[in-house]
Design a protein around this ligand. Structure first.
Ligand SMILES: *[C@@H]1O[C@H](CO)[C@@H](O)[C@H](O)[C@H]1NC(C)=O
Ligand SMILES: *[C@@H]1O[C@H](CO)[C@@H](O)[C@H](O)[C@H]1NC(C)=O
Ligand SMILES: *[C@@H]1O[C@H](CO)[C@@H](O)[C@H](O)[C@H]1NC(C)=O
Length: 513
């Protein structure tokens, strides 16, 4: 699976060793100390999202978002009405991030706060002023704000016309982006249009776990994905045409797993799985030829015909659409959490999305995990996916915009701390040894937040939040202090050194010991 072998690396480095010159920027792969350093062009940051942290769900003119409506109606025992109350406590959060030595503060904006009716005729200036204060505070504390326009929450009213299954969403997203850029483009230089379109489309429009709760497998995710691609591309061009300057960047963030073939004699299962997972919404943007991956187009069309349909369930990207979308990201935004095994399976005619791939994506029982069973710990998967992105998409700048693991909320979070160590080590090897163009590594997440359908049962924070206290008291965890130290040293130790148990720890029930 490793597309870039060590052998090839040594071969490439050989000429400069022979001539005793260091014309190649990559350090000698055998020099472990060099591998463990954070190069100057690598930014370390921390992330959050609006809906998961802000709370204040009906305050200062905000309308309900799709997630407010969904959590209230479905009433699955948790909502984000207050969440971490970051709407009111943003100064404390920003200070925590800055004190943790992070240089990069990733956050998202609440669409239903800025445009409560969805219409540009009705801008909520309370929200504009609020975010101005937040962004100025981030800068005041010496950090670079990195803003996501869409991290899965939109005015609930849009779901009445089908949400992202409707092309109206493309227009609505353009309107929203224009308002945001008009007010914030002079403050913010790093932008993301849409966070993890694949995940949202699959769960919101295929499985029905996310709002609007559609169970339209085999169709819904593909339609949603296409609408998001076009919406993203239009907003990219809008930004470039109106706000382009050399130091601004805008792109998209995709969630990618790495895959390991279950059957070593069928390594292609991993390539196919990559194309259905990461490639689906990356290939149209980052490949030279654009469009969906060829294997997706072929197989979905074939399956559709077998099902008696006369057209493919994967909507077509026309030539003008392909050209509109191609190249519309200044960086490859990567969220990496975990990996999967891949195994070829017989084709079925059930019309289920992953069945289109003909690959079963499973978990290796030997991989360790913490409380979230969807995140087995596979650090080498991060290195491997970085090398695949390098080779497949011509070594674009990569911003790792999420990497993290859920735990039970204990402030002595050793599994998480070690997770960061092992993943950062893989990332540094990919960058320093293999020449992957990684520019940012961003930890998910700053706070123990509202974790979507997992509610408050999976905590990703490096800062514990007591969700039972009215003040939503924050307590930095062991991982926070460990990261603060690493960022200060700008290098990892060669082996993981277990941090000592602090004098006082807090468990997931808020009990001190
Ligand atoms: C944006 O600005 C950069 C640098 O100033 C320039 O190279 C690029 O061509 C511009 N792009 C557009 C679409 O205007
Ligand atoms: C996929 O893998 C799981 C876990 O190994 C197994 O239970 C399931 O039957 C497999 N599905 C197919 C279609 O082979
Ligand atoms: C939380 O997890 C840690 C480490 O896995 C464990 O030591 C601790 O007992 C757990 N605490 C609770 C309250 O479950």
């Amino acid at each position: 699976m490793k597309p870039f072998s060590i052998g090839l690396q040594i071969f490439l480095l050989l000429p400069c060793l022979i001539f005793g010159r260091t014309t190649v920027n990559l350090p000698n792969p055998s020099d472990d100390d060099e591998l463990l350093k954070f190069p100057d062009d690598l930014m370390i940051g921390v992330a959050s999202s609006a809906f998961q942290t802000e709370g204040a769900w009906d305050v200062d003119g905000k309308s309900p978002s799709n997630w407010d409506e969904y959590t209230h109606v479905n009433n699955f025992g948790a909502n984000a009405d207050i969440a971490c109350d970051s709407y009111h406590k943003y100064k404390e959060d920003i200070k925590l991030a800055a004190n943790g030595n992070f240089k990069f503060f990733r956050m998202s904006l609440s669409w239903s706060r800025i445009l409560p009716t969805g219409s540009i005729g009705n801008i909520n200036y309370n929200a504009i002023n609020h975010y101005k204060n937040v962004l100025n505070e981030v800068k005041k504390q010496g950090m670079i704000p990195f803003v996501t326009l869409y991290h899965w929450d939109h005015p609930a009213i849009f779901d009445k016309f089908g949400g992202w299954n409707s092309e109206k969403m493309i227009i609505a997203f353009n309107d929203y982006a224009q308002v945001v850029f008009k007010h914030f483009a002079n403050i913010v230089k790093f932008w993301t249009t849409i966070n993890e379109p694949m995940v949202y489309c699959y769960y919101g429009h295929g499985k029905g776990f996310f709002p609007p709760g559609d169970t339209f497998e085999g169709r819904g995710p593909y339609i949603c994905g296409q609408n998001m691609l076009i919406a993203h591309a239009q907003v990219y061009h809008l930004f470039k045409n109106k706000y382009n300057n050399s130091d601004s960047q805008i792109g998209i963030v995709n969630a990618c797993w790495n895959f390991y073939p279950e059957n070593p004699s069928e390594p292609e299962s991993a390539d196919i799985a990559f194309e259905y997972n990461c490639g689906w919404l990356s290939n149209p943007i980052f490949s030279k030829e654009g469009d969906y991956p060829v294997i997706m187009k072929q197989r979905i069309k074939e399956n559709s015909y077998l099902e008696g349909l006369s057209t493919s369930r994967l909507p077509e990207l026309t030539e003008p659409m392909i050209n509109l979308i191609k190249g519309t990201s200044d960086y490859f935004g990567l969220n990496y959490y975990s990996s999967r095994m891949s195994d070829k399976v017989e084709k079925t005619q059930s019309g289920k999305w992953f069945d289109d791939s003909g690959v079963n994506m499973t978990i290796n029982n030997e991989w360790p995990m913490d409380v979230a069973t969807w995140i087995p710990i596979v650090p080498e998967g991060l290195g491997d996916i970085l090398r695949i992105i390098k080779n497949k998409y011509n070594n674009p700048p990569v911003y790792i915009l999420e990497n993290g693991i859920a735990s039970n909320g204990s402030s002595y979070d050793l599994v998480r701390t070690k997770y960061f160590y092992s993943h950062m080590k893989e990332m540094l090897a990919a960058k320093n040894r293999d020449g992957c163009n990684v520019k940012a590594y961003v930890v998910w997440s700053l706070l123990d937040s509202f974790e979507w359908v997992a509610g408050y049962r999976q905590y990703f924070g490096i800062v514990y939040v007591d969700h039972n206290s009215p003040q939503r008291t924050r307590t930095p965890k062991t991982s926070y202090y460990w990261l603060k130290d690493m960022i200060h040293q700008r290098a990892l130790p060669s082996t993981f050194i277990t941090p000592l148990k602090p004098l006082k720890t807090i468990d997931s029930t808020g009990t001190e010991s």
